[in-house]
Write a protein that binds this ligand. Structure first.
Ligand code: NAP
Length: 494
């Protein structure tokens, strides 16, 4: 049990207090879920096209309120304005794409019946009920906007627990949803600690969508399994990038910089390992290092910075630990490699390392910061083998003029971006996004992302005859007739 407390949010730009909101007490969670459940019944009964209209309006409202959203995201996360804009752009587009596809996806579908003519079968997708969403701090706006949209479009209500660091961005999203016409009670934000609210949430919801660390995801998946409710987890990554010998090196270097350092490297699909073919390695690294050294690091709300602050003292400590450990064990810093308290309390320079070996934390552990390790490889085979040698499998990036799709087929990751770091696959909202291995279960985006929030229900109507021996025919006669009938249905003997 917990009680209401003030949740103080600090701005990473200068560690000042940005705002204080009331945290939810664990004992308030069941009432919030009950309220969501009451609102959900009418929402599920409304035509999907009515639900879609709300999200078409939301897509426009997000763009209309762009600057307010950017200011709030930046204040809570410390990211650069351009990185915050990626959230706005992504959220508006995702919501609009899902609003367009939901009516078709949720349409009841006629399926072949058990016995032609006599059985008519329809597949329906019923909403699961109340969906719980637990979100991390690194993408506080676009993730709950897009996950929430898919859950709500499917006819569910949503109860969102945002990260303790980013409640105001979540509350702003709720305000925009209300402005777009979402009825009361369908999207509730419960600010507060995950450890305290998590159990009450899992105990009451019908499905849990979690984005965050693999450790927390594993714990929540276990709790959901106990209740036999659905769970989707978008978890950690240690995402590889491959530069093949036929890549355009100027584009590849610029794309690697974005893939590794956007959002100050705090991107689940961001790049932390780069495998470069030996024939282009030196030229690629020269280009990369020159670009990284030119990145503008700092804090503030203007558009002229490329890389913002890390989000917290905890993130700064984690990044510093990985780099210091690598350097102490013999890695070489090609760019960056140090904190910049002169720019902001949690600023850390975009960093490129070489000579990273198995005994170093940065080799296999997710750094989740602006740190890229570069490795030289002798062939595509070696690049693929080393890229796949990870417990994670979220995203990969391949740079090649001709062999991208062929190499992609050999990679064990949920998304592969060819000639892009992460944005092409992530931004393809009509296609699924998620991780293999310890990067997660389930998918967001695409048809999977929406249908996972539904229970498929098959309704079959049987006419004239039941599927059982008619009294006059007897069991053996029935078996003879049905053997012939099934042979016919199967299309003959072979
Ligand atoms: P985290 O510690 O797992 O926290 C994420 C969320 O889970 C927060 O809202 C947190 O609440 C909550 N939480 C923590 N413990 C909980 C518990 N026992 N029960 C219920 N909820 C709990 O993750 P993080 O380290 O802050 O976030 C970064 C991680 O997220 C990285 O590993 C990153 O790769 C991953 N991520 C993945 C994706 C993806 O799409 N695959 C996207 C973004 C981030 P409080 O912090 O408020 O207490």
């Amino acid at each position: 049990m917990s009680s209401n407390r003030d949740l103080m949010v600090r701005c990473p730009f200068d560690d000042s207090i940005y705002g204080t909101c009331t945290s939810t007490a664990a004992e308030q969670v069941p009432a919030a879920i009950a309220r969501a459940r009451r609102a959900q019944a009418a929402w599920a009964a409304a035509p999907v096209t009515d639900r879609a209209r709300v999200f078409r309006r939301l897509a426009a409202l997000i763009l209309d309120n762009r600057d307010k959203i950017l200011d709030t995201i930046q204040a809570e996360t410390g990211k650069a304005r351009l990185s915050a804009f990626e959230e706005v752009m992504d959220a508006s587009r995702a919501v609009r794409v899902f609003a367009g596809s939901a009516p078709g996806l949720l349409r009841p579908r006629r399926r072949a019946g058990a016995i032609p003519v006599l059985t008519s079968t329809v597949e329906h997708h019923r909403p699961v009920g109340v969906v719980g969403i637990i979100n991390p701090w690194n993408y506080p706006f676009n993730l709950p906007a897009s996950d929430g949209a898919q859950a709500l479009l499917a006819g569910n209500a949503v109860v969102l627990k945002p990260d303790s660091q980013t409640p105001f961005t979540a509350l702003l999203l709720a305000e925009l949803l209300t402005g777009a016409g979402l009825p009361d009670g369908l999207f509730q934000v419960l600010p507060g600690s995950g450890a305290e609210l998590g159990p009450a949430l899992v105990a009451g919801v019908d499905y849990l969508m979690f984005t965050g660390s693999t450790a927390t995801g594993r714990q929540l998946a276990t709790a959901c399994a106990e209740r036999l409710i659905g769970f989707s987890g978008e978890l950690g990554g240690k995402n590889p990038l491959l530069v093949l010998d036929d890549a355009d090196l100027a584009t590849a270097a610029a794309g690697t910089v974005h893939g590794a350092f956007a959002n100050t490297g705090q991107v689940c699909v961001g790049i932390e390992r780069a495998y470069i073919h030996q024939s282009v390695h030196d030229e690629f690294v020269d280009r990369l290092v020159a670009l990284v050294r030119g990145l503008r690091l700092g804090v503030g709300y203007d558009w002229n910075l490329d890389v913002g602050s890390l989000s917290s003292a905890k993130q700064l400590a984690a990044v510093s630990t990985h780099v210091d450990d690598a350097v102490a064990k013999g890695a070489t810093v090609l760019a960056g490699g140090r904190a910049r308290p002169d720019l902001g309390p949690y600023c850390y320079e975009p960093t490129v390392l070489t000579g990273v070996t198995e005994d170093m934390l940065a080799c296999r552990e997710e750094t989740f910061g602006p740190v890229l390790a570069v490795y030289r490889v002798a062939s595509d085979d070696e690049a693929v083998a080393r890229a796949n040698d990870s417990r994670y499998g979220l995203n990969a990036s391949v740079w090649s003029a001709r062999r991208g799709p062929e190499v992609a087929a050999r990679l064990r990751t949920g998304t592969v971006n060819v000639n892009e770091g992460y944005a092409a696959a992530w931004g393809s909202h009509a296609a699924p996004m998620g991780g293999m291995g310890e990067s997660g279960v389930g998918r967001r985006h695409g048809d999977h992302g929406l249908l996972k929030y539904t229970e498929p229900q098959t309704v079959s109507v049987q006419r004239l005859h039941r599927i059982a021996p008619p009294p006059k025919l007897g069991n053996e006669g029935y078996a003879t007739v049905m053997t012939a009938a099934i042979r016919l249905l199967n299309g003959g003997r072979r």
